[in-house]
Design a protein around this ligand. Structure first.
Ligand SMILES: [Zn+2]
Length: 420
């Protein structure tokens, strides 16, 4: 009898379940079997008894949320030296697991030339689910000169790669093109955006764009990007960066932002080391303009500065006025919608058991932006545990473990003793 399999592999009990996709915001428990969500017990639904699960985690005082999704990161080696690159990928994964992230989307670090290497060496080897936007420039950000050279923009090949690897590719990325330089016959204002849109069109996926407006002739305005170029479902990342006209002289959000949102254009944070300013973000929030998704733009520079991880970003937005429900939603079911993977970012029964257990720390905390300014607040999110595909992959507080005196027999055996 002792070896009989229990009804559940894992039971996370007694937490506050936040699952915006299913409108759940209540005390409850979540059960897992075979890597999938087997039951969510809130309200009148009685939670299973502890004896029904192989592993029981007591989430008392904590939140149980879907595993978080960070839709703008860079986890493919940016540097030509493989060792340095590998270190970065590992560092990013560790940082993500420690902040409840179970899915991330690499935002165009690789173009078509390097995509297969990225897939085989990083995506296929990772604990975290890695998806990707393929850069429309052939060498992506591995050799960033490629993004500046219109002859390296290959919408047809990019779309073909996206279609071939549609299991992990969720869109196309266009970025960093011709910033602050005079346009000429070769470097036309919209070469990168147009190539990205063409690739996106060809593979039937959304475009994520990183953009720099130019208001001197010939013009390349932000208004034209979001009102004329981007299609419904396309994503402008870095929305609160310093270069965008978001806020008018009256301190209110400008009409083109509302109009673009009405058209179906999405706005992603993409914080990074240089793309988030409170003067845009806070005033937008104060006027009711919330970003569609919170993302870190985690890369080798940002991971050690203002965008340390997804939870820091969520904490910052809570301090700016969002509720915990708001920030979880924009880090779970909303990003899942943008990347057209509605099966992710929720705790629906039958879905993959990607789960985060979070708590809110109370104290005095400071949050900084990329313009070297800050706000202060009294909340900070902290990750207690991360579950990926039903497996506990981060559990620094030992929620899934017994007290040492109660540990089962193997714990008490001295290893490697000579036979007597
Ligand atoms: Zn980026």
């Amino acid at each position: 009898m002792e070896n009989e399999r229990k009804k559940y592999d894992l039971l996370i009990k007694n937490g506050h379940v936040i699952d915006p996709a299913n409108n759940v915001d209540a005390q409850g428990s979540v059960a897992v079997r075979d890597g999938a969500i087997a039951g969510v017990f809130v309200g009148d639904a009685a939670a299973p008894a502890a004896g029904e699960a192989a592993i029981v985690m007591d989430a008392g005082g904590n939140y149980i949320t879907p595993g978080l999704i960070d839709i703008h990161s860079h986890v493919y080696p940016l540097l030509p030296r493989p060792s340095a690159g590998t270190l970065l990928a590992l560092e990013a994964e560790t940082t993500m697991l420690r902040s409840g992230v179970t899915t991330t989307v690499d935002a165009g670090t690789a173009g078509w030339r390097d995509f297969i290497d990225f897939k085989e060496r990083v995506i296929d080897e990772s604990i975290i689910r890695i998806l990707a936007y393929v850069n429309v420039a052939s060498k992506g950000m591995v050799e960033m000169a490629s993004e500046q050279d219109p002859s390296q923009l290959h919408p047809e090949i990019t779309a073909e790669v996206a279609k071939q690897y549609a299991d992990v590719v969720v869109g196309i990325k266009a970025a960093h093109y011709w910033v602050g330089k005079p346009f000429d016959e070769i470097h036309t204002p919209w070469a990168s955006a147009d190539a990205g849109l063409r690739a996106a069109e060809l593979c039937g996926m959304p475009l994520m764009i990183d953009f720099q407006p130019n208001y001197g002739p010939p013009e390349r305005t932000y208004e034209d990007l979001i009102l004329k170029k981007l299609r419904p479902g396309d994503i402008h990342t870095h929305v609160f960066a310093k270069q965008f006209p978001i806020i008018g002289d009256d301190g209110k959000v400008l009409p083109h932002m509302w109009e673009a949102r009405k058209r179906g254009v999405y706005f992603d944070v993409g914080h990074g080391a240089g793309s988030f300013w409170f003067r845009n973000g806070q005033r937008a929030l104060d006027d009711g303009f919330y970003p569609d998704t919170l993302s870190t733009d985690m890369h080798v520079a940002s991971v050690r500065f203002a965008a340390l991880d997804q939870l820091l970003l969520m904490s910052k937005f809570m301090c700016m006025g969002m509720t915990i429900n708001d920030v979880v939603s924009r880090s779970a079911n909303e990003p899942a919608k943008l990347i057209r993977r509605p099966e992710l970012g929720n705790l629906s029964v039958g879905g993959c058991a990607d789960i985060a257990i979070l708590r809110v720390l109370k104290g005095e905390f400071g949050y900084v932006d990329c313009g070297y300014a800050k706000i202060t607040g009294d909340n900070k999110l902290d990750c207690m545990a991360t579950i990926r595909g039903g497996k506990v992959v981060y559990d620094a507080n030992g929620l899934s473990l017994p007290f040492w005196r109660d540990a089962p027999a193997p714990y008490w055996q001295m290893p490697y003793l000579p036979p007597t």
